[in-house]
Design a protein around this ligand. Structure first.
Ligand SMILES: Nc1ncnc2c1ncn2[C@@H]1O[C@H](COP(=O)(O)OP(=O)(O)OP(=O)(O)O)[C@@H](O)[C@H]1O
Length: 674
């Protein structure tokens, strides 16, 4: 058997064993059909690049694959052993031979530095020792080019005016004195810098005031615009829930600001120009069965300012589509927490874009501008003589206004990777707020799901009791109010799992919780669809207006809720759509899962009063610091850890998520000497 055939046979076997997706092996077979003399490195690399894309990586780093395939892929021992053996027996041991084999293939376009040509129909692209699927490469290139173009076009606003407005908007920011410099007000700095360009990034943990800041930025934009009544402002987020939260938070912050600003600015009136917050999918005009959007470079969005929240959830393809659809003159402001898990789909765009955020890396020119418009000096440790233009448009907010307490301390310890401090907080901290379930068995976990725990009572019992009670008033308004209350009550508590499979995975726990709630007679499960079933949409369905991650509750519609026996077909799933409700007949909902237990990934953009983070009973490569941090920061008032495998917590904190991408290198081209 030739080496190429041996690779195809191994890939077939691995996909049957579930180590690879069938799609990954099929992609290698497709390559073999297109190029009958395809070499072994090409076929293996093709399958692995597809596999890694499915795991969130934009490319495969071939040098790392050859150095240590186990570390790169993180496969279990048997899979890793089989790959090692195949590589030893059938593939060249050195990178130059791999690169030569790939370069020689008609299926691979080779990117050359300084050459803008894009190639044609080759499905793979080699850039240095990184191998991409063409689609990913093209998105990465577009994102880098768009970001560089946006940060290059820095505007120089009227500084006197800006200073006056910033002082009005941030009256509490203490003026600095030489003797005792006050802490820098990063929020004020973020507003000042954002005014200075067509793209800016505001990152920070939960409660650090990203929305508070951006509301002030909006006020500032209205205030300094010569025609504020013509400023077109858009709000968006990756999920419906995050979009609704953004709109609510901005409206409430602008309301407070109007009081603060008084007659200086008719903010409330100007704010009516801000449209509803939308999901990125709906704003860009997702179309069924295609990756293309209605809005693109030829049909740009009609906006002057776009604020996008929860930007850590934006994947590479979406970011590329978003940047392409923005008119050159539109200001883009991305808000997000760079330390959270990256998007489910490939890319870690916010993380890559915020690479300098912690250090600041402000050039002297930026520091001088900041001093002029904010009246504050940037401390030398946050300055640099060489830095990217993007860093000049990025601010990390560092003080939490909501999370000063134990949950905030726990999140900080986790972010530092300090497992000992985090465990001590969980074991000996304020028990009402932080708790670790000991011993972590299923029975105790189910009790927690049904009724909560001391200090955080409730669990799923609360919302199910509301479902049972029915609406207080029989009319349409009463029904809507009741559904709204149910949706809000459901958002108070959630089980978040690190993994889907296994004893403590979302699939098993969903069934176990359903069963436990049935035994308590809190729900009556007559089939797949039942009243009170919480569902999460797993796939965008533009025609139904439901999007991946939307959470709804199944209920009997109003005309039938007063005790009429209807068939399950008549049940509808109710979703909140900002202040409004949206409902879909359950018979039309094909891609949904029960949502008593959901993965941490899917919980991004949501917060719950009491969040329970369930870590698996065995080692898993998804256990990372970012995952634990994201899980903890979903908790508003109480947090409980259920750690199924004792070393799992510390191991997770020691493990960082690393996503292969070439975005940073492409952006680094913007480094400039001051
Ligand atoms: N400088 C400030 N002074 C007073 N209150 C503030 C300040 N900054 C933020 N807050 C308050 O702190 C709370 C959290 O702020 P905000 O919601 O803007 O944070 P966030 O970073 O957007 O949080 P999340 O990531 O959870 O969306 C809000 O109640 C806000 O009014």
């Amino acid at each position: 058997m030739t080496a190429a055939l041996a690779v195809l046979a191994a890939l077939k076997q691995w996909s049957e064993q579930g180590w690879l997706r069938r799609l990954d092996a099929a992609f290698a077979r497709f390559a073999a059909e297109q190029q009958p003399d395809a070499t072994a490195p090409l076929l293996l690399a093709a399958a692995l690049v597809a596999h890694m894309e499915g795991r969130g990586h934009s490319c495969v780093e071939l040098d790392l694959l050859l150095q240590d395939s186990e570390a790169l892929l993180g496969w279990k021992a048997d899979a890793a052993g089989a790959l090692r053996q195949l590589m030893q027996e059938q593939l060249p041991p050195d990178l130059p031979s791999w690169l030569a084999a790939l370069r020689a293939s008609p299926l691979v376009w080779v990117e050359q530095a300084g050459d803008d040509r894009q190639g044609g129909a080759e499905p793979l692209v080699l850039s240095g020792s990184k191998l991409y699927l063409r689609r990913m490469w093209s998105c990465e290139q577009k994102v880098a080019a768009q970001v560089l173009a946006r940060v290059a076009e820095a505007e120089k606003p009227q500084q006197v005016d800006v200073r006056r407005w910033l002082d009005l908007l941030f009256p509490e920011a203490a003026p600095q004195s030489e003797v005792e410099p006050a802490d820098l007000d990063w929020q004020k700095l973020a507003c000042g810098l954002a005014l200075n360009g067509r793209m800016s990034l505001i990152t920070g943990g939960p409660g650090t005031g990203k929305t508070y800041t951006v509301a002030r930025l909006l006020a500032l934009l209205f205030a300094v615009d010569p025609e504020p009544q013509r400023l077109r402002v858009g709000l968006a987020a990756p999920t419906g829930k995050a979009a609704a939260r953004l709109k609510q938070a901005i409206d409430s912050a602008l309301g407070d600001l109007q009081t603060q600003l008084g007659s200086n600015l008719p903010l409330q009136q100007l704010a009516t120009q801000i449209g509803p917050a939308r999901t990125l999918h709906s704003m860009l005009g997702a179309r069924p069965d295609t990756r293309k959007f209605k809005a693109d470079a030829a049909h740009p969005l009609a906006l002057d300012v776009l604020i996008v929240d929860e930007a850590s959830m934006i994947h590479l393809e979406m970011m590329s589509a978003l940047l392409e659809a923005l008119p050159a003159g539109c200001r883009l402001i991305l808000l997000g927490d760079k330390d959270q898990l990256a998007s489910v789909e490939a890319g870690a765009v916010l993380g890559d874009l915020c690479t300098d955020a912690e250090l600041g890396r402000y050039l002297p020119a930026t520091a001088a501008y900041a001093q002029a418009v904010t009246g504050q000096a940037i401390a030398p440790e946050y300055q640099a003589s060489q830095a990217s233009k993007l860093a000049q448009q990025t601010v990390m907010l560092r003080r939490s206004h909501r999370f000063g307490g134990p949950i905030g301390q726990l999140a900080l310890a986790v972010n530092r990777g300090d497992a000992r401090a985090a465990s001590e907080l969980l074991r000996f901290g304020e028990r009402e707020i932080l708790h670790e379930l000991q011993p972590p068995n299923l029975a105790a976990l189910l009790r927690l799901a049904v009724q909560g725990r001391p200090g955080a009572e409730g669990g799923y019992r609360r919302y199910l009791e509301l479902v049972k009670q029915g609406p207080a008033q029989p009319d349409a308004a009463g029904f809507e109010q009741w559904v709204g209350q149910i949706l809000t009550a459901f958002e108070r508590f959630r089980l978040l799992c690190a993994v889907r499979e296994g004893q403590f995975g979302a699939i098993v726990l969903n069934q176990a919780v359903e069963q436990a709630l049935s035994e308590q007679r809190l729900l009556v499960k007559r089939g797949e669809w039942y009243e009170g079933r919480p569902v999460m949409v797993t796939r965008n369905d533009v025609s139904l207006g439901v999007f991946n991650g939307d959470i709804g509750i199944v209920l009997r519609p109003q005309r039938e809720s007063a005790g009429t026996e209807g068939s399950a077909q008549r049940l509808r799933a109710y979703f909140s759509d900002g202040a409004k409700l949206r409902s879909v007949a359950v018979s039309r909902l094909a891609d949904v899962e029960t949502a008593f237990a959901m993965t941490v990934h899917k919980s991004q953009g949501s917060e719950f009063e009491h969040t329970v983070l369930v870590l698996p009973t065995e080692p898993s490569r998804v256990l990372t610091r970012e995952l634990v941090y994201t899980g903890i920061t979903r908790a508003r008032k109480a947090f409980t850890l259920v750690n199924g495998w004792p070393p799992g917590f510390a191991k997770a904190l020691a493990q960082r998520t690393r996503r292969a991408s070439g975005l940073l290198e492409r952006l680094a081209e913007s480094r400039e000497q001051s």
